[in-house]
Design a protein around this ligand. Structure first.
Ligand code: NAP
Ligand code: HSE
Length: 449
């Protein structure tokens, strides 16, 4: 077998030993994929058994400056250049959002192409339709990069852990949120500046609301839970809280008490139901999930045979994500994707669907922060509200915010014993209406080990 050296990959006639690839979308991820294919033809050829040859790159605007030098004749703004080339068998579809991404993916499948995508919004919303259509057309879809960027979690759950019944997944699945929280915690950076940095570094979605409100995490958790548990739920049905209202003082309070706050996604089997939740959560320092920083992601998977397995790596950004996309391209060229795709029966009626467990019954310990009037009897009245809802208090810390506070308030930080989400919500609702409280109570879960 002759492999092309990287330097002359696009100047020699290698048509008999190459597999033609197309990319749609040359943003953060598309650029990384083009760089790997163009600069490392030797490496990708060695792993694919032939050269994954970048034949076409489709963009909207041919004049827009790009961060990668695309060889002459490769860049185009016409999707028909892919459709009409029967030798292009694999298309990396790297545009975000659901439309026109859905229509383009269907168009590619109909044209006989296998598709690689990083687009979790598209899969979480239209996975059933797209996977059904791919199966009908005897095509396949690879989607490793859609969850946790460079961490090979889809392959691990879908292939390497299939001797197990997965019983629980816990993870940090959004690089942008973890980057923001890390900057706030380590440097005291304000929320907006940290978000702006995450956008500049290429971590955030085109609409970063999807990152910070937890939607992106929910789409990823829906995909992973689908793989792990066969649960067919819409991502919008997952109980969800983002980090938009996270305050530095809660990060500092958590730190003083021995915790880090993380946007934690959880999914676990409870009988035949699956408990799912996404919310800012206190994680005990020293737990590997507490030590995940910046745009890194991590997932702890528990299988009934293997026990706990921990995955950690860069969950967002150009090259980590391109790493996952190019692995999928190679797997598709080699034929591995076809084998697993056919057998996974993703989003198919053949699966026995489990139901999502009711949110109110999940049991956790909680962190509660209240800003309260500094008057006699207030503490007793507030703790009695909490107690009335069956919530038992593990510790209380009272701290005067400012000695000259004209409003005469103090901060109360309460840690509860384990209780249900329903009980804590009822307690928080009643606390909110108490005349002794300024503003709303802040309530966060504490991660069970
Ligand atoms: P991005 O930087 O916004 O790039 C998207 C690209 O798609 C842009 O270049 C855009 O063109 C192009 N595009 C949009 N509609 C198009 C169309 N109809 N035809 C051709 N090109 C079109 O987004 P990204 O960060 O690369 O993300 C791409 C996908 O990967 C998203 O689904 C995202 O969720 C996912 N993802 C991203 C990361 C990450 O770290 N960034 C990680 C994992 C997964 P213009 O340049 O003209 O705007
Ligand atoms: N916006 C996403 C994140 C990209 O920050 O995690 C990776 O999916």
């Amino acid at each position: 077998m002759v492999y092309a050296p990287a330097a002359d990959c696009h100047t020699r006639d290698l048509s008999n030993i190459s597999a033609k690839i197309a990319i749609i979308g040359l943003g953060t991820v598309g650029t990384g994929v083009a760089k790997l294919l163009l600069d490392h033809g030797d490496r990708t050829a060695r792993h694919a058994g032939r050269i994954p040859w970048l034949e076409k790159v489709i963009v909207r605007d041919l004049e827009k400056p790009r961060d990668v030098e695309i060889p002459a004749g490769v860049l185009s703004d016409n999707l028909e250049d892919i459709v009409n080339d029967p030798e292009i068998k694999v298309v990396a579809q790297l545009i975000g959002g659901t439309e026109p991404a859905r229509t383009i993916m269907l168009q590619m499948l109909e044209a006989g192409k296998d598709v690689v995508t990083a687009n979790k919004a598209l899969l979480a919303e239209h996975g059933a339709e797209l996977f059904d259509r791919a199966r009908e057309l005897d095509r396949c879809i690879a989607f490793e990069a859609s969850v946790a960027g460079g961490i090979p979690i889809v392959t691990n759950i879908g292939q390497c852990l299939t001797g197990n019944q997965i019983t629980a997944l816990k993870g940090i699945l959004n690089g942008t949120c973890n980057y923001i929280i890390t900057q706030m915690q380590q440097h005291g950076t304000d929320y907006q500046s940290a978000l702006k940095q995450a956008q500049q570094l290429g971590y955030a979605e085109a609409d970063p609301t999807l990152d910070v409100d937890g939607s992106d995490t929910a789409q990823k958790l829906a995909i992973l839970s689908h793989l792990a548990f066969g649960v067919r739920i819409h991502w919008q049905d997952i109980p969800l809280e983002g980090i938009e209202s996270l305050q530095l003082r809660d990060i500092q309070n958590a730190d003083r008490c021995g915790y880090r706050i993380k946007l934690l996604a959880e999914s676990k089997l409870n009988g035949n139901a699956v408990e799912m939740n996404i919310a800012p959560t206190l994680v005990r320092k020293g737990n590997p999930l507490a030590e995940v920083e910046d745009a890194f992601n991590a997932i702890r998977v528990r299988g009934d045979a293997v026990g706990p397995v921990f995955f950690h790596g860069q969950g967002a950004g150009q090259m980590p994500t391109a790493s996952a996309v190019v692995a999928d391209i190679i797997d598709t060229v080699v034929g591995r994707t076809r084998l697993t795709f056919g057998n996974l029966e993703l989003w198919s009626d053949a699966q026995s669907p489990r139901q999502m467990a009711p949110a109110d019954t999940a049991v956790n310990k909680y962190y509660i922060r209240l800003q309260v009037n500094d008057d006699p009897g207030v503490m007793a009245s507030l703790t009695s509200i909490i107690g009335r809802h069956g919530v038992s208090i593990a510790s209380i810390n009272q701290q005067q915010t400012q000695s000259d506070d004209p409003e005469n308030t103090v901060q109360l930080v309460i840690m509860s014993h384990a209780t249900t989400a329903g009980a804590i919500k009822a307690a928080a609702d009643e606390l909110k209406n108490s005349a002794n409280i300024k503003g709303s109570p802040v309530v966060m879960r504490i991660m069970n080990s």
